[in-house]
Design a protein. Structure first.
Length: 234
């Protein structure tokens, strides 16, 4: 996976502690490369690379884009039809892929907008994590006993896939986190504290509503419900 820097004249050719949900697990047999064996539908947000744009601080570029759930990166098709990942992510204001918009924050990665409540948006991040790995047993057979490794991201600091040194099968799952995106495109983890921060003028009413409705901050349905209530107060 290569990183390149974009300028407007060039054609197109991961995280602190979060509240998260895990989806179905994917087993990768010992010795296999996750990038090669995981189906496209599980490792990318979209079924195919789609027309999109990257809005930098001082420029805009366009190309065929997709979001890699496996690596937490925006990928594009290069001039040689190879798959490349974006560099200089700190200069990105927004990425549009088809009808979907993604925002970037260094400590949180890419967050996709899934609902807009006037000035505040609800966002979601999706990335594949290692749930656990199974230790190798006698005669190179997987024992089925979970190792002490748990919930480690497959993406390293430079966004390349980790070399998994542990022998034995690994189990992967998609981790989902929810966020608030404010009017300045700043990204906040969806939590009670951040709701009260973003809607500071209505803290008391919102705190009461959260308690009465028993809002689950890991539930998209509950977050939409809470945002609808907050939007009525604004």
């Amino acid at each position: 996976m290569k990183k390149i820097i974009f300028f407007s004249i060039i054609f197109f050719t991961i995280y602190g502690p979060l509240q998260a949900q895990e989806s179905k697990t994917i087993r990768v047999k010992s010795g296999n490369d996750p990038v090669r064996v995981i189906p496209m539908s599980d490792k990318y947000r979209f079924a195919r690379f789609t027309d999109g744009k990257i809005y930098y601080v001082n420029s805009v570029s366009a190309g065929k884009l997709n979001y890699s759930i496996l690596l937490g990166e925006i990928h594009f098709i290069g001039p040689k039809q190879d798959t490349l990942s974006l560099a200089n992510e700190q200069l990105i204001k927004k990425v549009s892929i088809g009808e979907s918009n993604f925002y970037y924050a260094k400590e949180k990665g890419y967050v996709e907008e899934i609902a807009d409540f006037n000035n505040i948006k609800l966002g979601i991040s999706q990335i594949i994590h290692m749930v656990n790995s199974e230790k190798e047993g006698a005669y190179d057979q997987s024992t089925g006993v979970a190792s002490i490794r748990s919930y480690k991201s497959l993406a390293t600091g430079n966004s390349s896939l980790q070399r998994l040194q542990l022998k034995g099968d690994i189990l992967l799952a998609k981790r989902v986190n929810y966020f608030l995106i404010d009017q300045n495109s700043r990204i906040h983890i969806a939590s009670k504290a951040n709701f009260l921060k973003v809607y500071a003028k209505h803290k008391k009413m919102i705190a009461t509503y959260i308690k009465q409705e028993m809002i689950d901050f890991k539930s998209e349905k509950d977050l939409r419900k809470l945002l609808s209530f907050c939007n009525q107060l604004s």
